[in-house]
Design a protein around this ligand. Sequence first.
Ligand SMILES: Cc1ncc(COP(=O)(O)O)c(C=O)c1O
Length: 415
Amino acid sequence: MKPIQPAKRTAEIRHAIRDVVPIAQQVEKSGKKVLYLNIGDPMVYDYRTPEHMWQAMLDNKEKAEGYTDSLGTLGARKAVADYAMRMGAPEVSAEDVLTFVGGSEAITLSMQALMNPGENCMLPNPGYSIYTGELAFLECKANRYDLDEEKEWEPDVGQMEKQVNAKTRAIVVISPNNPTGGAYPKSALKKVIDVAGANNIPIFADETYDQLMFDGEKFTSMASLAKDVPVISFGSISKNYLAPGFRGGWLYRHDPEGAMTDYFEAIKKFSRLRLSTVAPVQFAMEAALNGPQGHLKELVPKLQRRRDLTYKRLNEIEGLSCVKPKGAFYAYPRINFPLPNDSDKEFVIGLLKETGVLVVYGEGFGQKKGTHHFRVVFLPPEQTLGEAFDKIEEFIGKNYLGKKAAHARAGERVP
Ligand SMILES: Cc1ncc(COP(=O)(O)O)c(C=O)c1O
């Protein structure tokens, strides 16, 4: 048989977070230990899903063996609505909520129901890669606004205002952000709302990490500020509730004037087309959102300690600088020395092959022209992080700063 060709529109789909894994597997096969600082999956490290979420699935076995309502169970949708209101949304009912296979499916189906070929969506630069991948698939364009590293990754709303155009269908806000760990301040959220309102477009508020804020800062939800501007908020149990494998996610709408009525119906068509959400997970989601929140009391301080170590060590490494992450579990250090071929992808692959440290290259998320970065996931224990940062320091010293070898720091800084 002749080779079967995939659809042309799949050619531009990239997902750097997963694309580096096969190279890491080769490195591992060669006998080198790989330190995985590349994937935002807490379960790879020393975290566990709260037990009552498992229990809720078992307790509802009989209700969870068949298909669910395509939109999700009423219990789970009501739990999301109550959660949205606890997070500041003025009025959300189960009718405003749809549940999905992870936040990822909520995002992709929302985009599919909105975008026509040739239109564009405003995306943060840098930003999580599902949005660019989905836009490429839909034959649409990413219209990117920079996050300003000099201002702790605040969005450049001036640039957003200049670039928004007649073909722009939505503005994506990711806060706390993947990959920078930045959180948009309230003043910036308000400015984004003004741009959306003036251009009659909705905001896609990716609030996946809304419970994971550091230094006692409180999260501000988009819906709590948006007034008459329509918002679709995305969330999931993957990160806040330590259950990425469960694949439980949702969206809720904030739409006081009913501007999104037809659009919301169109998203539901996709929900029906794929028949059902994952039934057992509906019960886990309900238990997560309505049940005890004790795990967060441990999780947030634990992440903050790892954030502190990461921020300190990355800034100690000659040639790197890093803005302090305010939320989520990512840091996005900047590479301040020239790179061959201007490629942070080559830097990251070189680092992996020589040291076994796996991070994700900045090119995979986007970055301001002329700058280079890589993303570090600071979920791992301090010991692993310390080991990785020592190796990164040695690698940079040896290969880029002309030093024979950086000092062996292990033991010195690792608690
Ligand atoms: C910003 C952001 N949005 C959405 C997702 C999707 O997560 P999930 O599909 O597990 O809910 C992720 C996952 O890493 C993310 O970082």
